[in-house]
Write a protein that binds this ligand. Structure first.
Ligand code: EPZ
Length: 420
């Protein structure tokens, strides 16, 4: 198993190029299951989760090549409808094949994803919505068996809770359903918006893009002539590099970034004293003279993202005063706290809220990554800590950050990937 060895404290400088968004690419790859043509996706991030999903699509019968971030995907040859446990257990986002497979073939069998490190993460809202569209769903031997022999029917669906992959799954199902589907209380994340835009550009009548109510006219089972497209930049990767600069008191520039997707993140960095200059596709962050404490609550887009909570928690350990960080989306997303405490951070957890007493110096230690974003927070803290830190179990990082250590090394970090 690989681990990262980091020498701190370090100062960064230079420019980092942001990769395509993993969480946009995942649903967009499954979207191609609705197409009858070969589709080219550019700016595809080359990270483990994308490779896992491509393997799943190959198992279903698709053909693909991914080279230099250009993904060519042909799903016209798909002839299986089972997403098996071996793959789904390694990546929950595999559930994104459920809507498209059911809509195209009238049946599918997808392993239940189960829980994960950050919480229970049920898929009840995906299943309930498909049932409202006429699907018959049974759970047997750990699999969701879904059938809709006469195709899915348009429906009026109100999501009880805002769900990102739930919205994506049902939008894809609705695109091939019979008649009109109205979805209320949808996710408005940029990744969902891009999915809807590509459907619109491919000829689907879809209204309300970017709002919480979407209206979709289905094709009645006909597959789509899909356009080629470029995946949006990863706002969470970008936010992580902004935090890397802030925690190391550095000025760096991010290239290939959408600053409008990062408003909630930059607002908090500015409250903490950092200065951010933007152009069309770049952001330059200048460090705070003295980092100030922060109060934040994770919520759905456009509010502050849960996927940036761990990185801000690491940053708060070095800020003046007491920061309050509340996690509202996932019940178990504070696993990084005990690892940060191993570096010397003073953090008190009370249910869903972390109180961070900032300003205590951090010292290098052996620490363990627990989930994707928690892992990046540990790397950030290690760059600010005095001495050597070894971050173990970095396979979590490889799932969603493209060449994190290579990019940080180019910025001047002393970081090495070693074998246990
Ligand atoms: C997406 O997960 C992201 N994953 C997550 O990023 C992200 O943290 C999350 O959205 C929130 O922004 C991908 O896009 C692949 P949800 P998703 O359904 O869609 C509850 C990362 O690090 N819920 O919006 O699975 C759920 O338990 C990952 O890149 C139900 O109760 O999240 C949670 O409390 C981690 N029933 C809330 O809704 C359901 O059927 C929001 O979850 C579905 C969700």
């Amino acid at each position: 198993m690989d681990y990262l060895q980091i020498q701190g404290p370090t100062t960064l400088n230079g420019t980092v190029t942001i990769s395509g968004a993993k969480n946009a690419a995942l649903p967009l790859i499954t979207l191609t299951l609705l197409a009858h043509n070969k589709v080219t996706l550019t700016n595809t991030p080359e990270v483990a989760d994308i490779k896992t999903l491509l393997k799943l699509l190959e198992n279903l019968g698709a053909t693909q090549t991914l080279k230099n971030h250009v993904l060519e995907l042909d799903t016209s040859t798909v002839n299986h409808t089972m997403a098996n446990y071996d793959i789904v257990k390694t990546m929950r986002a595999s559930i994104l094949v459920l809507g498209p497979l059911l809509a195209r073939f009238g049946h599918c069998e997808v392993s239940l994803p189960g829980g994960c490190a950050i919480g229970q993460r049920p898929i009840d809202l995906h299943l309930k919505a498909l049932e409202q569209m006429g699907a018959k769903i049974t759970i047997h031997a750990g699999y969701v068996n879904a059938v809709a022999p006469n195709g899915l029917q348009g429906a009026h669906i109100i999501f009880d809770k805002i769900t990102v992959t739930g919205t994506a799954n049902i939008v894809m199902a609705a695109a091939l359903a019979h008649g009109k589907t109205v979805l209320v209380n949808c996710a408005k994340e940029p990744e969902v918006v891009q999915l809807c835009e590509i459907l619109r550009d491919s000829g689907i009548d879809i209204r309300g893009i970017g709002t919480s109510e979407l209206t979709i006219m289905g094709t009645g089972g006909k597959t789509i002539d899909m356009v080629d497209f470029e995946i949006i930049p990863d706002r969470i990767e970008a936010g992580t590099y902004l935090c890397a600069a802030a925690i190391t008191n550095s000025t760096i520039t991010l290239d290939n970034v959408r600053h409008d997707h990062l408003d909630a993140v930059t607002a908090k960095l500015e409250q903490m004293g950092c200065k951010i200059d933007i152009t069309d596709s770049t952001m330059t962050i200048h460090p705070a003279q003295k980092l100030k404490h922060v109060e934040l609550i994770t919520q759905e887009y456009p509010a502050f993202p849960t996927d940036m909570q761990a990185q801000f928690l690491a940053l708060a350990t070095l800020a003046e005063g007491t920061s309050i960080i509340e996690e509202r989306l996932f019940e178990n997303r504070f696993m990084h706290v005990s690892e940060l405490q191993r570096l010397g951070a003073d953090i008190r957890l009370n249910g869903h809220t972390a109180m961070v007493m900032g300003g205590t110096p951090l010292f290098g230690a052996d620490i363990m990554a627990t989930d994707l974003r928690a892992s990046s927070a540990l790397v950030l803290a290690a760059m600010a800590a005095e001495g050597t830190t070894n971050v173990h179990r970095i396979y979590h990082l490889d799932r969603g950050y493209e060449d994190l250590e290579g990019k940080l090394r180019l910025l001047g970090a002393k970081i090495e990937r070693l074998k246990e």
